[in-house]
Design a protein around this ligand. Structure first.
Ligand code: SF4
Length: 229
């Protein structure tokens, strides 16, 4: 165990407790179909939850099942998901991923991954082009019910400022660094509340440190705002 890890864990748990008090305890609602989760997560890249959800519902209701997209023209799919942004790229990624699953497994079902270890399931998902660490983490956590700590842009920024991850830690490595700080049963709650904190208070351009309830546990606050070295 690296030096300082117990202290970092204690700090992460304090922050978790404080932001749970502010934003409420979050209870996970698992997805039934990991393929739905995959498609929805690809659609969520670089857009709001509302836009990506709209695009997902529109896409799902436009076809009798995901099989119908296998031979579909990506340009047509792009017109359906236009509201989610980056439509051409996402349409191609979705079709590529579905084709990969079909070719590898003979059908569009990812539930077989539940029988693997989290590391094996993640390695299998990583074979798909355009399925990055965040998407894999989301599939593991939300659809396969496996311990994973997906890191989006908010979580990356907020936890880096707080000092819970290294200042040079990239998003992929952040998943592992954060996963060792809180117990597995806290992953979902901490994940969602960090995103909420990033949206409401620890915003990208100008964090509202003066009104932040976790400032006494935050490196950015003590080093940058207060100027302590
Ligand atoms: S004190 Fe500032 S930098 Fe730290 S978490 Fe709060 S808003 Fe973000």
């Amino acid at each position: 165990m690296p030096a300082g890890l117990p202290k970092l864990r204690a700090r992460a748990l304090k922050i978790d407790r404080i932001i749970t008090g502010i934003y409420g305890r979050k209870t996970i609602v698992y997805d039934d179909d990991p393929v739905d989760t995959l498609v929805e997560t690809i659609l969520s890249q670089n857009t709001t939850d509302l836009n990506s959800h709209r695009a997902f519902e529109k896409l799902k209701s436009s076809y009798p099942g995901w099989d119908a997209l296998l031979d579909e023209d990506p340009k047509h799919v792009a017109t359906i998901i236009r509201s989610g942004g980056l439509a051409d790229l996402k349409a191609a990624r979705i079709i590529d991923a579905l084709r990969f699953i079909k070719k590898s497994r003979g059908g569009l079902d990812l539930r077989f991954l539940k029988k693997m270890s989290p590391a094996e399931a993640e390695a299998w998902l990583a074979q798909m082009k355009g399925v990055g660490p965040k998407t894999r983490g989301i599939i593991l956590l939300f659809a396969l019910r496996m311990p994973a700590f997906p890191v989006d842009t908010h979580i990356h920024r907020v936890t880096r400022r707080m000092g819970l991850i290294g200042s040079r830690t990239g998003r992929e490595d952040a998943q592992g660094e954060l996963a060792r700080l809180v117990p597995e049963e806290e992953f979902y709650n901490f994940h969602i509340n960090l995103i909420e904190h990033g949206r409401a208070v620890c915003q990208a351009r100008k964090p509202k440190c003066g009104m932040c309830d976790v400032r006494r546990y935050c490196d950015y606050y003590s080093k940058v705002v207060q100027g302590h070295s």
